[in-house]
Design a protein around this ligand. Structure first.
Ligand SMILES: NC(=O)c1ccc[n+]([C@@H]2O[C@H](COP(=O)([O-])OP(=O)(O)OC[C@H]3O[C@@H](n4cnc5c(N)ncnc54)[C@H](O)[C@@H]3O)[C@@H](O)[C@H]2O)c1
Length: 446
């Protein structure tokens, strides 16, 4: 099939490369000429494990091309809309201006009978707006929300947990739309990936509700972490024991600095705004609490840092391990780690940040912070070390080696991933979140 993918960011670039690897002819369209230039040469414009290999494969077979010119979609049978839907600058609502612009531009070129498939995460009711933006164009419409996770996006696209097809239940053309989607995803369907066919509103809500549930689980365990700290309990043991119940499960049950990135935070806020518009107070209140617990973790870590520095971080050298919003990505959108680093910098600390992949992005966005490529240079002379993004290499750091570099061996493990006994054995004071451990008075710098 000849397919276009419009918007080639973290979602669209992976989707385009995956479709090409399934044997389709794919043209990726993006408004960002620099991004397109990278992709067209086979380079990933961002770090995503496995993407560059797929791009190279697509380029070698000739099945994958990228361009800025929307006219090139004219002969495509299916068009995937993958542009961003960030939080509006003035409210909690999703900003749909990119989606509107991309849809209008697509409408001018899409051939009659082709199928426009939305993949971006949108508030319920958006598909009907997309239909109006398509105007009188004789195309069909479907919504196929995406569930890939950055860091495992390639694997998630090649072996998704499910495929959701949102179609217009009153539309006589729905069978042909379903046939087109089945043809696009034939290898996945043959491999047994479950398929859910539903109406537009359900498809839109499935994505929002899934993200709201994940956010809820994370904020729930972070609330438990606060309780554990107050009661002298250990949230890591509590979560491990809870998660052994298959009805609960271990995943998304790790207490720590909380979630960030380009999806969960803006998605729960948009969900909240939708609930308000629909007069569903329970979801509004619920999402508000989930959001405030999550954001509260950032101030909590900043307060712990101040506490460990004797009440103020002003003038203190603080090493921050991690800038990406989570491991295995270079994405710094709404990064909890950088949020904490900025708060400490604003409070007068000399903050030095490192990250295996995200330094360039972080430095371009926040030149006021100091960045170092190595953990050693970052921690040299530090009075406090904060582990804020749980990259695998930070879990494996040698506490013995690091103890000789820092000015004071005190670490805040804001992801609860370090082997506390090993670090303590090497002379470190370790403070986690919800680990119920009192910091000895001697470890507080005055
Ligand atoms: N990133 C994820 O892990 C993920 C997962 C599931 C769903 N989503 C959803 O997918 C959508 C895209 O997210 P993302 O993370 O890829 O965002 P992104 O910002 O990385 O990518 C969006 C791309 O769209 C391009 N674009 C904007 N307007 C355009 C236009 N008019 N024509 C052509 N290109 C245009 C931008 O240049 C950018 O490259 C969002 O709705 C997001 O919520 C993202």
């Amino acid at each position: 099939m000849r397919i276009s993918v419009i918007g080639c960011g973290y979602l669209g670039a992976v989707h385009a490369a995956t479709l090409a690897s399934m044997g389709h002819d794919v043209v990726g369209i993006d408004a960002d000429a620099e991004k397109v230039g990278h992709l067209a040469r086979g380079f990933a414009p961002f770090f995503e494990p496995g993407l560059e290999e797929l791009l190279a494969e697509g380029r070698a077979t000739g099945r994958l091309t990228f361009d800025t010119d929307m006219a090139l979609v004219a002969d495509c049978d299916v068009h995937f809309l993958c542009v961003g839907t960030p939080q509006s600058k003035t409210s909690e609502l999703a900003d749909l201006t990119y989606l509107q612009a991309a849809t209008r531009s697509l409408a001018a070129h899409a051939k009659a009978g082709s199928v426009v498939v939305g993949k971006s995460t949108v508030p319920v009711g958006t598909v009907l707006r997309v239909r109006s933006w398509l105007g009188g164009t004789h195309v069909e419409l479907a919504w196929n929300p995406e569930f890939l996770r950055q860091g495992t996006a390639v694997k998630d696209s090649l072996v998704p947990d499910r495929l959701v097809y949102g179609v217009d239940d009153g539309d006589a053309a729905a069978p042909s739309v379903l046939r087109a989607l089945d043809e696009v995803y034939a290898p996945l369907l043959h491999a047994g990936v479950p398929q859910i066919v539903c109406n537009f509103a359900t498809a839109e809500l499935i994505k929002s509700a899934a993200n709201a549930y994940l956010a809820t689980k994370l904020s729930y365990i972070n609330a438990m972490a606060e309780l554990c700290d107050a009661a002298g309990a250990d949230v890591t043991q509590l979560a491990a024991a809870m998660g052994l119940d298959p009805r609960i499960g271990q995943r998304y049950l790790a207490a720590g600095l909380g979630f960030g990135g380009g999806c969960l935070p803006k998605d729960i806020r948009s969900f909240r705004a939708q609930a308000r518009e629909l007069d569903v107070d329970s979801v509004d209140a619920w999402m508000g609490l989930v959001d405030s617990i999550n954001v509260g973790q950032r101030s909590r870590v900043a307060s712990i840092a101040a506490e460990l520095c004797g009440g103020s971080v002003s003038g203190r050298r603080i090493a921050v391990l991690g800038a990406a919003f989570k491991p295995d990505t270079d994405d710094i959108r709404d990064s909890p780690a950088l949020d904490v680093a900025l708060r400490l910098g604003e409070a007068g600390a000399h903050v030095v940040v490192t990250d295996p992949k995200a330094i360039n992005n972080a430095w371009m966005r926040y030149p006021q912070l100091q960045f170092e490529a190595s953990v050693r240079a970052t921690c040299e002379g530090a009075e406090l070390v904060l582990l804020l993004t749980e990259w695998a290499e930070y879990r494996k750091l040698s506490p013995d080696d690091l103890a000789h570099i820092v000015a004071r061996p005190v670490v805040v493990d804001a992801r609860n991933v370090l082997d506390r006994d090993e670090w303590r054995g090497a002379g470190w004071t370790v403070r986690g979140l919800g680990t119920g451990l009192q910091v000895p008075e001697a470890a507080v710098s005055r």
